[in-house]
Design a protein around this ligand. Structure first.
Ligand SMILES: Cc1cc2nc3c(=O)[nH]c(=O)nc-3n(C[C@H](O)[C@H](O)[C@H](O)COP(=O)(O)OP(=O)(O)OC[C@H]3O[C@@H](n4cnc5c(N)ncnc54)[C@H](O)[C@@H]3O)c2cc1C
Length: 186
């Protein structure tokens, strides 16, 4: 197993472009779940994104909230404006695992992991989020509600990273989060 740690986005995109089987790691909370049980499957190249600091921050403009490709649940939970304008994001984030997972796990990782039980994806869809993908070939934007085509099938090529998630700011008169499931965890 090889773990590469690019220092910036162009370097990371270059590594993904040169090895079509390389796998990005953000928080690692989904990838590590399977680590102990499928040891042989991990003999490949991983691209650790943890040094890509510009992808960590969330940002506000007049029209949208922009989550970075490495923004965590905790980043959203502790953002006062997110709590006020996008309470469903905060409710969903608080559902995810325990605080350790909320601090490491990212929204982009939740999207690309593609679990039907994902807690982040439904609220992002409810807010009409758009997935921003980047590769050495350029940028592409895909509305999240058109991102999946089947179980774990999605509009992302192996050389692309989710670099941002755009969420339009709107005035909502009513917002409520309710999780229906046999257990609280995802
Ligand atoms: C104990 C535990 C409890 C959990 N509880 C919940 C829960 O309650 N609800 C829930 O929804 N999830 C839960 N999870 C799953 C996980 O924490 C989330 O899905 C989390 O959002 C994954 O983010 P990550 O950054 O850790 O992803 P990673 O594990 O780093 O990656 C997940 C996938 O996304 C890809 N990826 C990551 N970032 C990018 C990027 N920027 N661009 C392209 N591809 C990328 C990776 O290659 C991988 O395929 C839990 C996990 C654990 C270990």
């Amino acid at each position: 197993m090889k773990v590469l740690m690019p220092a910036n986005l162009p370097e990371a995109l270059g590594l993904l472009a040169s090895d079509g089987a390389a796998i990005p790691i953000a928080g690692g909370t989904d990838l590590l779940v399977h680590w102990p049980i499928r040891g042989e499957a991990h003999d490949r190249t991983y691209v650790d994104l943890s040094r890509l600091d510009p992808l960590k921050a969330l940002g506000w403009t007049a029209d949208e909230l922009m989550l970075g490709g490495l923004t965590t649940y905790w980043d959203v939970i502790r953002d006062g404006r997110a709590r006020e304008e996008f309470p469903l994001l905060v409710h969903a984030a608080r559902q995810v695992g325990a605080i350790q997972i909320q601090a490491r796990g990212t929204w982009a990782g939740n999207i690309v992991n593609g679990s039907p039980a994902a807690d982040g994806v439904p609220v992002l869809m409810a807010y009409d989020a758009v997935v921003v993908l980047e590769s050495r070939r350029g940028r592409e934007e895909v509305p999240l509600d058109r991102f999946y085509s089947g179980y774990k099938q999605m509009q992302r090529r192996p050389d692309q990273l989710v670099v941002a998630i755009r969420i339009p700011r709107r005035r909502y008169s009513y917002q409520v989060f309710e999780k229906v499931g046999a257990r609280a965890g995802g």
